[in-house]
Design a protein around this ligand. Structure first.
Ligand code: IFM
Length: 477
């Protein structure tokens, strides 16, 4: 580990397949649904909250589809009790939400008690309804004032995050038994700072590389705060692995392209957290971006402090070639030698409304591979879901058969991973509610519950009823 660090000085801071009959999940399996603060809360100017990077990004012409912004979202800030009621109505045992840094410490500065009070009320409402709260500290919403000081490129941002983590854990640590420090740091680093399709919209590969390390450092520092104030909590991080395959396993070029993408998408985050080191070949690939110089003495020890649970957000995989005729590179991965990596879709797969291939088998593969590659850690699918163009029928129903099939197929895949030995303890559908899908605005609907953004009326979809039955039976069929 030591040779990867340097002394930086001071503390500077599916098809339509029906589920197989009779699949049962283990006793105690946690069933839940996920959301994130900026995507549902609205109320962006209330109780002392100031801008996060998504407020500022939303003011940039053309940045977000339809000119959409964080208002009104699902107005969850004012309707959280109704939404907790929906979670209970579905019979879910757990609810995963995120805490907005810009409410709790506006501008990344001092504590704002009214902002933290909101999460206090939310947690109490969940507990009063018999629902286990699962809090994520960072889900893409950096205070804009910190971005103006360099954002995640600046090492100091990680230390600011620790202060925010301290405030949240000190207040809520007595009642929240599950904590994630970060959600999908890959997206924050690469979509935010390399491709620029996410806030803050920067296209600076060096900044993206620095952001990746500083986000991981923030994870380590935040984890220590959670341990301090919630010593019995199950604490960890949520990552978004993609299974990566060469198009032609016999081609050395394709295999090398797959290795590089796997490193950037997956091992850049999994290895330091779970093994305490960055892959050596990744360090070589990132050498042009000065990556190794960012790693200070003690960083990797902090980043690899033991976690109790690892959140897995699974959506799809990649097939890559090193001999691309026409490279079609997904956002976030354009900056590393993209001229010699091509991403090749599998024509046999159906697509969601986001244009993502439906690949339930990739979920089994991902869970089993993580279980076999890394030291033992409890796994939770903290996100899995799909956008489809739902429409309200004349009968007032939303018959989202495509989402029901997606859910059934992915639950079967999760079950198959357990049968193959993966220590999977729970599953959270993304998302409880239709919400603000980042650069895609409100046009992509992932919810189990439809939201009419004009009236804020909530309507559970057919998929909500399907999921509710699965939860009630602790299984399918
Ligand atoms: O909406 C996002 C969420 O914020 C993070 N994971 C993926 C979801 C769907 O794109």
């Amino acid at each position: 580990m030591a040779e990867q660090q340097r002394n930086c000085g001071a503390e500077a801071v599916a098809g339509r397949a029906q589920p197989k009959a009779g699949l049962k999940f283990p006793d105690g399996f946690v069933w839940g649904a996920s959301t994130a603060a900026f995507q549902i809360e609205g109320a962006t100017r209330v109780d002392g909250r100031t801008d996060c990077i998504w407020d500022a990004f939303g003011r940039r012409p053309g940045a977000i589809a339809g000119g959409d912004t964080g208002e009104p979202a699902a107005d969850h800030y004012h309707r959280f009790a109704e939404d907790v009621g929906l979670v209970r109505q579905l019979g879910l045992g757990a609810y995963r939400f995120s805490i907005a840094w810009s409410r709790v410490r506006p501008g990344g500065g001092g504590l704002n008690p009214p902002g933290l009070d909101f999460y206090d009320r939310l947690v109490d409402e969940l507990l009063a309804n018999g629902i286990t709260p699962w809090a994520t500290l960072y889900h893409f919403d950096l205070p804009q004032a910190l971005e103006e000081r360099g954002g995640w490129k600046n090492r100091d941002t990680a230390y600011r995050f620790a202060g925010f983590a301290e405030s949240a854990a000190e207040r809520l640590g007595d009642r929240v038994p599950f904590w994630s420090t970060l959600n999908e740091p890959w997206c924050s680093a690469f979509l935010g700072y390399a491709s620029g399709v996410h806030a803050p919209g920067r296209q600076e590969p060096e900044a993206a590389a620095a952001a990746a390390h500083h986000l991981l450092l923030a994870h380590g520092l935040g984890l220590a705060e959670i341990r301090r104030y919630a010593p019995t909590a199950q604490a960890g991080i949520t990552l978004n692995p993609y299974p990566v395959h060469p198009v032609d396993p016999d081609s050395p070029e394709d295999r090398d392209a797959a290795r590089r993408i796997d490193n950037l998408q997956n091992r850049l985050f999994f290895d330091p957290v779970l093994l305490g080191r960055y892959p050596e070949d990744l360090l070589d690939d990132l050498a042009p971006f000065g990556f190794a110089d960012l790693v200070c003495d003690g960083d990797l020890e902090l980043i690899s402090a033991p976690i109790d649970q690892l959140g897995i957000n699974y959506y799809r995989g990649y097939r890559v070639t090193g001999r691309p005729a026409v490279p079609a590179v997904p956002a976030g991965l354009e900056w590393i030698g993209s001229s010699d990596v091509g991403f090749v879709p599998d024509p046999t797969r159906s697509l969601t409304h986001s244009g993502w291939q439906v690949e339930p088998d990739g979920l089994t593969e991902t869970l089993v591979q993580i279980d076999r590659t890394y030291p033992a850690v409890s796994l939770y699918v903290t996100e899995n879901g799909a956008a489809y163009p739902d429409s309200l029928g004349e009968d007032g129903e939303i018959a989202d058969a495509d989402r029901v099939a997606f859910l059934a197929d992915h639950l079967r895949a999760a079950h198959a991973a357990i049968e193959q030995g993966a220590d999977l303890r729970g599953y959270f559908y993304w998302s409880l509610l239709d919400n603000f899908e980042w650069a895609e605005g409100y046009g992509k609907r992932f919810g189990l519950v439809h939201v009419d953004y004009q009236t804020q009326r909530r309507t559970p979809k057919q998929s909500a009823r399907f999921y509710s039955e699965v939860v009630a039976r602790n299984g399918l069929g």
